[in-house]
Ligand binder design. Sequence first.
Ligand code: SF4
Length: 447
Amino acid sequence: MSDLFEKYDVAAPRYTSYPTVPYWENAPSEKEWIGDIEKALENTSLAWSAYLHLPFCESACSFCACNTIICHDHNVEASYVRAIQSEFLLYLDRAPELKNKPLRQIHIGGGTPTFFSSDNLQRILSPYYEKLDIDLDCIDASIEINPVFAKIEQLRALRSYGFDRLSIGVQDFNPEVQREINRSQPRHVTEALVYEARALGFKSINFDLIYGLPGQTQQNIKCSADTAIELKADRIALYSLALVPWIKPAHNELAKTAPKGREKRALYEVCRRAFLEAGYVEIGMDHFALPDDSLARASATKTLHRNFMGYTDFRSELIIAIGLSAISQSIGCYHQNTKDLDAYQKAVMSGRFATTRGHMMNDEDKARYKQILSLMTCFEVELESEEQEEDAKHFLSSLLTDGLLRIENRKLYLTEIGRPFLRNACMFFDERLRRKAPETRVFSQSL
Ligand code: SF4
């Protein structure tokens, strides 16, 4: 098995979208973007999702690959709050039907969302709750939390808006590993936050862990996994360290000492074993959940979904993402805001969308998107024709021979031992990548 990790550890997309971002080629005009949203809103049973991106962090973790702004000056909050309020109102003005369709899911990500004071978090959220159709008992509302920068009054404010899920960035509980990645987060701080959140009524707590960090060993990562189990995380995301030094130069340093190849994969396997023995269910590519968690139920009933926020149990045809660099998705279109803070604030404050890029999907994109989504969430996918089956046998011959995939009755299945190679298998459906490999490095390694 360990040889397979060397063989298939290639640069590969994570497939949170299709086409993947480097292959987006035709950014929608405002008319096209709003037109696609309106088309989605024609569906009488549509419920939509909202994403809010709050990009500021007080210190930089060296492994981070997100769009963040490192900043200690909290004066930036006020102008950013005004900007996202304006962008939200811009959407309601251009697509007023949004007000008549229920908002079922809201997620706040970052950055460090709790960089913002509880008053400002309320200023950000209240327009949604004042102007939209939101049922507090049904809304799936979640936020990313760095325990070091979160206060009880922020959690309390979020609870009053129906937030009952937290996604806590842990990465690793070991202080030595934390030092390596410039992220000091004592266990007792995380533990206290979990305790307080549960006491306030947060029902689902996710821990993000990362394997492949410098300083991690099979022994110390097992302790981190055991701590996550002990604290009864409802969900655990165990991400592979994604090194993208061409975007984040700090990753060059990490690459020198981070475990690689089979050594790195062994770290994943140690945690995986610990989670399965503790009763967690393995979900998708790198997630685990307690059996009564909604993500585990969605996985069991094959209703799991995947989008820019990762795996989710709610599938919406429309995600309106607000904020710097935020990516929205409608039925046939992706739309991303600029990553330049000044340009973003100027655009939305003067009544324009802050579009930087996007993609209008053609019929082939839509078909491949569905197939990749099916493989990513259910580990199986219908092949659409005899021709595609023949192509799969040829393109995937090595993975098929190694027993990582099988084809039966014109369906492609990922086998149990094939799970680590999911991204490799998805590349078969990535027509754009197959037609033209990227000229520079744009994707992290698959394993
Ligand atoms: S707190 Fe989160 S978003 Fe900010 S630098 Fe660290 S990992 Fe990145």
